[in-house]
Design a protein. Structure first.
Ligand SMILES: O=C(O)CCC(=O)C(=O)O
Ligand SMILES: [Fe+2]
Length: 330
């Protein structure tokens, strides 16, 4: 008998108070709730996460100001110019999460840890200048630090929930690949079909995603019977979802759940995602508590960075030499 997915036909996404995980007074009970949510839904909200609202507000201001920059300034920071670092601006239709079905209306700014040397997922950040957006770089860095600290707490809870030592994943996350992503979803009017929505249906490729969404709404999560369940904005809470790496490492016990965004609210929607993976060279393999002789590993070990880069090639038209079918309508 294999450990088949336990994802259920959920009708709402659990909300978990993580105060005692953050302050260290009772990580265990929070970890159990997180484990259940990862098995049954693959998504959950966290409240009392300790990230100051004032900082989150500043990040939204930075994101909104960025997307208001003249189009030529944004294009000068285009992701294609960062080579394998994969940072910077992505215009509408520049990255399509479900390219066979959907073109994505979202525009994006991707940011990460600064390194002088360029290698896949690492390198300098193509920031706007201080004259264009004063304080932008500092705000991005500050939020990245806060997200990294929160991610490490959540990752330790994942480990505990899998009956592993709390620091189990640390050796694979010394210098993890991270992407901090500002997203802008223009309001969609008229007839809405799957051909063109905010972001097409997808699972996240990495380990863990921490998402902040504004009050506009539009995120939808698919349950085990294929229904799209609304994930409304909850004031002060982050949405957490697990990515395909965790699904692989738990042998399918934790669900990386399909989601998409459709913004028909009439207003622009902004969200900020933080994606953390493993180190570029870390081996992705099933953890010892999710494999035994009755439940053999469903996936052979692979390297995190190579796998993830391959997934990006599939969704970025600029990385594909042959596929010219996804050029934006002018
Ligand atoms: O903006 C959102 O609510 C979701 C974004 C998302 O799914 C992604 O960037 O992977
Ligand atoms: Fe996603």
């Amino acid at each position: 008998m294999s450990i088949a997915s336990k994802q259920i036909a959920f009708s709402e996404i659990p909300v978990i108070d993580i105060e005692t995980l953050v302050d260290g007074s009772d990580a265990e009970s929070v970890a159990r709730k997180i484990g259940k949510a990862c098995e049954e839904v693959g998504f959950f909200y966290v409240k009392n996460h300790g990230v100051p609202q004032e900082m989150i507000d500043r990040v939204y201001k930075a994101a909104e100001d960025f997307f208001k920059l003249p189009q030529e300034v944004k294009e000068s920071l285009h992701v294609a110019k960062s080579g394998p670092t994969l940072r910077g601006y992505i215009p509408p239709y520049g990255e399509n999460a479900d390219p066979k079905k959907t073109r994505d209306l979202k525009e994006v700014f991707d940011y990460g840890v600064h390194t002088d040397e360029v290698s896949p997922f690492f390198g300098p950040n193509p920031n706007p200048t201080e004259e264009e957006l004063p304080g932008f770089k500092e705000t991005c860095e500050e939020y990245h630090d806060a997200m990294m600290a929160l991610a490490r707490k959540l990752v330790s809870a994942f480990a505990i929930s899998l009956d592993l030592p709390a620091n189990y994943f640390e050796k694979k996350q010394q210098h993890p690949i991270t992407i901090q992503r500002f997203l802008h979803y223009p309001a969609q009017t008229g007839e809405v079909t799957e051909k063109e929505i905010g972001i097409g249906a997808h699972t996240d490729y990495g380990f863990l995603t921490i998402l902040s969404q504004d009050a506009v709404g539009g995120l939808q999560v698919q349950n085990s019977v294929g229904e799209w369940i609304t994930a409304p904005s909850i004031e002060g809470a982050f949405v957490i979802n697990i990515g395909d790496l965790v699904k692989t490492m738990t042998n399918g016990r934790y669900s990386s759940t399909v989601h998409r965004v459709v913004n028909t609210s009439g207003a622009s929607r902004f969200s900020v995602g933080f994606f953390i993976d493993l180190d570029y060279d870390a081996v992705v393999e099933v953890v010892p508590t999710c494999v035994d002789k009755d439940n053999p590993a469903e996936t052979a070990p692979f390297t995190c960075g190579e796998y993830k880069y391959g997934r990006f090639v599939k969704v970025y038209p600029h990385l594909q030499e042959t596929d010219k079918t996804l050029t934006p309508a002018s």
